[in-house]
Design a protein around this ligand. Structure first.
Ligand code: GLN
Length: 535
């Protein structure tokens, strides 16, 4: 079967949840037994997300194959329960560098290289390559940004051209606001969005309407008229109790059936077992009486997108453990210079997480939080930076190395218990140069790691430059710190633990592989511990 294409574009503004819609479309096709593959266009000129600040752009997501991609990939993987690859990410930076390389090789000899057709052809070529490589039945393409932006204009034009070569269904995500004074749903912004797309030569097949409350009959009729499509093709995307409910909400509106019809794909039946599992997991999210409160102490907490995988891994772990999640976001600087006492900010927490991060700001506040957790036996999970700071705290307070630090924050510290990895020393380039992607670790028996993973070798994703300094291994182990996992050759420490209470730091980012159908083992263990009756 020839690959079919679905293109998701947003009009009016960003932040309406295009990623969730794309992930839901992928899930629906997957439930019907199709090999659905995502593709994301990002118009920015960075080669990838690796050099972006999470505070501006949200979390940098890492795949097994070491690529540093947009956080939407996290959403796709969490829905699909499938490991994706770099092929699915097409950025402006990648595109332009391919064009320039070709031009230098003389592949356009004699021509002036233009946006149309050279750039647009290159996009179509990359899309075809992805379809072929992944043997996709359907490629679901999310166009980053908003229709009308300069950045993604060439992607949209390429998609318009592609529609004359392949079967392409266009989905327009739009916003239907409710103006408080009248309480009426307003369709004008959506109309303008459709008009914007039509001016670019694209007539959407489906209109997905983001709104706070369910679409009213009047609104549907009006939009159907303006969009020139059957009313059934106007899809309600009103707020659900969890984003994971979206595929079910769309299936209730028969979007999957209509999409298959539009693409000329056979109407296979949804896999009943997988659908039931998904339904029961969705029902378990937020449904319980028993609550677990998890404090996340980080430096990017004002932008929740910076830690989206951590939050979602907790959602998965809570669904598994049948508890309701409550997250306390704590800006680590609030714990510095006596602004707030840890008791004040952490006293009610059932568990603590210190997530990944870079740079010196807020570090001491995180260390204060970790000390509080160790001394008060609050279950603790440290992720990458969170493991490194767990080591610093232990070195300072238990091993008596008062000025212990990471050389990332205090290059002149006497006891650099966390130091730059050997192979990182000569590296000056910033893009794609960290220790990235999937790495194996061997796990010691009788540890939190072992009981969480129930395996002696585990694979998780990484993204770091600094590491536990092996010179301090002996001393810190003698003082009770448990080194529960290392790389297979034993050279790098992969996880550390407290001996007397539940505390585990991992050099990896297990949150990146957590899925609703397969929660990350360490998060599951943390939540289980947090929900257990207090000692
Ligand atoms: N900044 C630390 C390092 O580079 C931690 C990185 C992280 O938390 N992802 O090793």
């Amino acid at each position: 079967m020839q690959t079919k294409y679905v293109v998701v574009m947003g009009s009016l503004m960003s932040g309406m949840g295009k990623g969730g819609i794309t992930a839901s479309l992928l899930k629906m096709l997957q439930l019907r037994g199709y090999n659905a593959v995502p593709l994301k266009f990002d118009g920015y000129l960075n080669y990838d997300c690796g050099t972006m600040n999470p505070f501006r752009h949200g979390e940098v997501f890492v795949l097994d194959d070491k690529s540093e991609v947009d956080m939407d990939f996290g959403m796709y993987e969490r829905f699909m329960n499938k490991d994706l690859t770099n092929v699915s990410s097409i950025t402006g930076g990648k595109l332009f560098s391919r064009i320039i390389e070709k031009e230098r090789r003389g592949e356009y000899l004699g021509e002036d290289v233009q946006m149309i057709p050279h750039l647009t052809n290159e996009i179509i070529c990359m899309v075809d390559e992805a379809a072929k490589k992944k043997r996709a039945d359907a490629l679901v393409i999310e166009v980053g940004g908003t229709v009308g932006d300069l950045e993604n204009g060439y992607f949209i034009e390429a998609m318009r051209q592609m529609a004359s070569m392949h079967t392409v269904a266009f989905i327009n995500l739009t916003y239907v606001p409710v103006v408080d004074a009248v309480g009426e749903q307003k369709t004008k912004p959506a109309q303008l969005g459709i008009r914007g797309l039509m001016q670019l030569g694209i007539k959407p097949d489906f209109l997905v309407c983001r709104s706070e409350k369910p679409m009213e009959e009047r609104t549907l009729q009006k939009l159907a008229l303006y969009a020139g499509m059957p009313k059934e093709h106007i899809i309600d995307d009103s707020t659900q109790h969890t984003v994971y409910a979206l595929p079910l909400h769309f299936m209730d509106q028969h979007l999957d059936t209509m999409l298959l019809e539009r693409l000329g794909m056979p109407q296979s039946r949804p896999n009943a077992k997988q659908l039931d599992t998904w339904k029961s997991l969705v029902a378990r999210i937020d449904g319980q009486e028993k609550k677990v409160s998890v404090a996340i102490v980080g430096k990017y907490v004002y932008l929740k997108d910076s830690y989206v995988s951590v939050k979602e891994a907790l959602v998965h772990a809570c669904a598994l453990n049948n508890v309701r999640l409550e997250v306390e976001w704590i800006e680590s600087e609030e714990l510095e210079n006596g602004k707030h006492s840890p008791d004040e900010l952490l006293g009610a927490a059932d568990a603590l997480i210190v997530p990944g991060g870079f740079g010196k700001r807020g570090i001491e506040g995180m260390i204060t939080a970790i000390r509080y957790a160790r001394e008060h036996r609050v279950p603790y999970l440290g992720l990458c930076l969170g493991m490194q700071l767990m080591v610093v705290e232990y070195a300072r307070d238990v091993c008596g190395l008062k000025d212990a630090n990471s050389s990332e924050f205090e290059p002149g510290a006497k006891h650099k218990v966390i130091a730059l990895m050997e192979e990182q020393r000569g590296i000056r380039k910033k893009g794609g140069t960290m220790r990235l992607g999937d790495w194996a670790a061997k796990v010691k028996s009788n540890t939190i790691m072992r009981s969480a993973y129930k395996a002696s070798v585990v694979h998780e994703r990484h993204r770091h430059r600094y590491e536990f300094n092996n010179r301090y291994r002996g001393l810190m182990q003698r003082k009770g710190l448990v080194i529960s996992a290392t790389t297979l050759d034993g050279t790098l420490v992969e996880s550390t633990e407290w001996r007397d209470s539940f505390g585990i730091g991992t050099q990896a980012h297990p949150e990146l592989k957590s899925r609703l159908e397969r929660p990350a083992p360490l998060f599951a263990a943390l939540v289980r511990e947090a929900a257990a009756p207090k000692r």
